[in-house]
Ligand binder design. Structure first.
Ligand SMILES: [Zn+2]
Length: 376
């Protein structure tokens, strides 16, 4: 009896073990099959999360046909994925935005096409696109956003500036990005750029304690009069080359003024204000913090031959040759509305040869170059 009792459960146990091992084998096979399937997607660049979703939504062959596609990957990773927009996702250029798929869905709903959406996405940060997606569809889109440097967040400002000034699209974008549609000296962007690329204007102010790192005293033989003048070491090295080159052509160029500290500017500003009044200083004297002279990169040139630089052949030579040494003619008469400064024939600014050459050859002023290539 005892033996029988012990043997009796054996058969069901065998069946149980048999069933269990079959299940384990099947599950293992399925799992291996699934890993194999998923691997096909991950090895062409889809994330594990996206790949899981692709398999779950039975879109594997669709995705494999398209191949690697970052927007598609983001779509399958996103809770905002919409099956009806699947074809669009793969054709819209990816941007690393948090609400990328949600914004694409909204923009598609507003009847923008894939190219227009790619264009919108590439001209702003995530929050700019989110704001833009909320508004009624705009008619004037391509006209602005074929320019790389157009900013989505400035759209309304472009429209009103263009209406007011009659400027073309490119100039409108450049000038609005430089904040020329705003009041001078009011709410400027504060800059802490200590390189030769720094932009200082009536809308870009230097930090009050901004001091160039490498100032030198300019040797007196290069200075007009008996004043002690300081300037940026690299900039002056190139200016010296330029002055020597001019000398070989029988021209005499000297430095009138270069570096001015914030404190110096305050002193000058107050002095002129006392002498000539508000209107005069607003027009002719830089408000402290808004002067290129604080960078040590701006040089006021002169000639010993005449008091008014613009009447000399040295001036003419400098306008057409200074770019070879890395300098731009900073405030020409032709660009008063852009620089905000009345023609300063004497003021040259070091920006490096590459930029100076581009600015000279394209007949730009530095503000424009900055807006087109350096402004982020
Ligand atoms: Zn100057």
């Amino acid at each position: 009896m005892e033996v029988k009792k012990k043997l009796k459960p054996k058969k069901p146990l065998r069946i149980f073990l048999y069933t269990l091992s079959t299940i384990i084998i099947v599950v293992t096979c399925l799992f291996i099959f699934y890993l194999y399937e998923r691997n096909e997607l991950t090895k062409i660049g889809y994330s594990v999360k996206a790949s899981n979703e692709i398999l779950l939504k039975l879109k594997k062959s669709y995705v494999l046909d398209i191949g690697e596609n970052k927007t598609l990957n983001a779509a399958f990773e996103s809770k905002d994925y919409k099956e009806k927009n699947l074809d669009n996702y793969s054709k819209i250029k990816y941007q690393p935005h948090k609400h990328l798929i949600k914004n694409i869905n909204t923009l598609l709903k507003k009847k923008y096409n894939n190219n227009e959406i790619s264009m919108i996405l590439s001209h702003g940060e995530d929050e700019d696109v989110t704001e833009f997606a909320k508004r009624k569809p705009v008619a004037y889109l391509e006209e602005f956003f074929t320019y790389d440097f157009a900013k989505l967040k400035n759209y309304d400002r472009y429209m009103s500036y263009m209406n007011e000034t009659g400027e073309d699209e490119e100039n409108t974008i450049i000038q609005v990005n430089l904040d020329l549609d705003k009041e001078a000296y009011k709410d400027p962007v504060i800059t802490d750029d200590y390189t030769e690329k720094v932009l200082v204007s009536k809308h870009r102010k230097l930090e009050d304690n901004y001091k160039p790192k490498d100032l030198i005293t300019i040797p007196s033989e290069y200075v007009k009069g008996n004043t002690k003048v300081k300037g940026d070491r690299t900039a002056f090295t190139h200016l010296k080359e330029m002055i020597e080159a001019a000398k070989k052509e029988d021209m005499d160029i000297l430095v009138n003024s270069a570096y001015r500290s914030y404190e110096d500017q305050v002193e000058i500003f107050d002095e002129y204000k006392g002498l000539y009044g508000d209107e005069y200083v607003a027009k002719y004297v830089s408000t402290p913090g808004f002067s290129e002279h604080q960078t040590g990169l701006g040089f006021d040139l002169a000639s010993s031959k005449a008091d008014i630089f613009s009447t000399t052949k040295e001036y003419d030579w400098a306008v057409h040759n200074s770019y070879k040494y890395g300098f731009v003619h900073r405030y020409p008469k032709s660009a008063e509305t852009i620089t905000g400064f009345t023609n300063e024939s004497w003021h040259f600014r070091y920006v490096g040869k590459k930029i100076a050459t581009y600015v000279y050859e394209h007949k730009l002023v530095y503000d424009e170059y900055y807006a087109m290539f350096l402004d982020k």
